[in-house]
Each structure stands twice: as C-alpha cells, then as structure tokens.
Design a protein around this ligand. Structure first.
Ligand SMILES: CC(C)(COP(=O)(O)OP(=O)(O)OC[C@H]1O[C@@H](n2cnc3c(N)ncnc32)[C@H](O)[C@@H]1OP(=O)(O)O)[C@@H](O)C(=O)NCCC(=O)NCCS
Length: 158
C-alpha cells in the first residue's frame, strides 16, 4: 500500500469514494445531509483543488488501484483576543474502501496529512465526527485523536 498526492487522472475513483462517504453521512445524519445525487467531484473541481496550496488530497493505492483518500484544508484562527492563535489542518473527508479496511490505510492517510500540515506550519489536525459512526470513533481514538468539542441539538419547542 502506498500513499501519494492525487492526480487529475484519479477523478473517477476519487469521486466514487467521496460519494460513498457522502452516502454514509446521509444515512447517519439525514437532518444534515441529503443522499448524493450526482458525481461527488467533477474533473474541473478536482483540478482546482489540486492547485490549491492550502488543500491536500491524498490517496492510498494498492497495486495501482486507489482504495482510500483523505482531504484536508489549512485554517488559521481568526485574530480574536479570546482565541489561541493556531494553524490547523481540518480533515473533512477520509474513507477507505470496505474491502481494504483494517490494513493501515486510514492511519497512513492521516500520517500523510500530519506531515503535510506540519511542513506548512500547522501544529494540529482537527476533524468532525458525526454521531453514530462508532467505527470511525474507535479508529480516531486508536490513531491518537481526543475530543475537543461536542455539538448537541434538539428540536425547537413546538
Ligand atoms: C474510519 C476508516 C477510514 C478507518 O480506515 P482503516 O484503513 O480501516 O483503518 P486502519 O486500518 O488504519 O486502522 C488503524 C487502527 O484503528 C482502529 N480501528 C480501525 N477501524 C476500526 C473499527 N471498525 N473498530 C474498532 N477499531 C478500529 C484499530 O485499532 C486499527 O488498528 P488494528 O487494525 O491494527 O487493530 C474506515 O473504517 C472507513 O473508511 N470508514 C467509513 C468512512 C468513515 O467513517 N470515515 C470517517 C468519517 S469522519
């Protein structure tokens, strides 16, 4: 298994994996996400993403077949007196093909995000975990993440 930066030629496979994560999120949190209706990533969008120095799209491949991906973006805290100034990499997409899980690809993809982010002056990797995704929670804990925030909701009074 090898991790590398995505290429424009990965568009079909990247779109497929990205879409399956969107479908999972729609299943877990239908109040937030609708099921994907179209290709998750069009070729021009991917080319734009790959040209953005603040974004990383890394893919994991086995026998030259893409089996997983991670997408991260760099953010600096806004200059507010209350906030500790920090640069962070936010991972908003991480998925490994079902047939290739538990072989280290998820860990390797996040390690790549960590190296990329550190090189660009970030000291932390951050992500949002949607409630109900127990497997991902176990995974993130196993690879060193801790909880910094819990977001809660209830319906308005009727
Ligand atoms: C979460 C996900 C990316 C993990 O990828 P992976 O390649 O299977 O993970 P790894 O093989 O690198 O796992 C590293 C460690 O995490 C833990 N782990 C991974 N999956 C786990 C699971 N389902 N249950 C419990 N622990 C798990 C284990 O400790 C594992 O080490 P081990 O296999 O030696 O015991 C993958 O399950 C996935 O794509 N899930 C669906 C999409 C998703 O939920 N993405 C996250 C959205 S926020």
């Amino acid at each position: 298994m090898q991790v590398r930066a995505a290429l424009p030629s990965d568009v079909a496979r990247v779109g497929e994996l990205w879409r399956s994560l969107e479908a999972l999120h729609a299943e877990l949190q239908p109040g937030f996400f609708r099921p994907p209706r179209q290709a998750a990533l069009a070729a021009p969008e991917l080319v734009r993403l790959l040209g953005d120095r603040n974004r990383l799209l890394a893919v994991a491949e086995v026998d030259r077949h893409v089996i997983g991906l991670a997408h991260a973006q760099l953010y600096d805290t806004p200059p507010l007196p209350l906030l500790t100034p920090k640069r962070r990499a936010h991972v908003d997409t991480l998925i490994v093909d079902l047939a290739h899980r538990r072989r280290g690809a998820g860990r390797a993809l996040l390690d790549e995000v960590g190296r990329w982010a550190r090189f660009r002056g970030a000291d932390e990797v951050l992500l949002t975990l949607w409630d109900g995704n127990e497997a991902a929670q176990a995974f993130y804990r196993a690879v060193g993440f801790h909880t910094v925030n819990v977001c809660m909701a209830r319906p308005t009074a009727g």
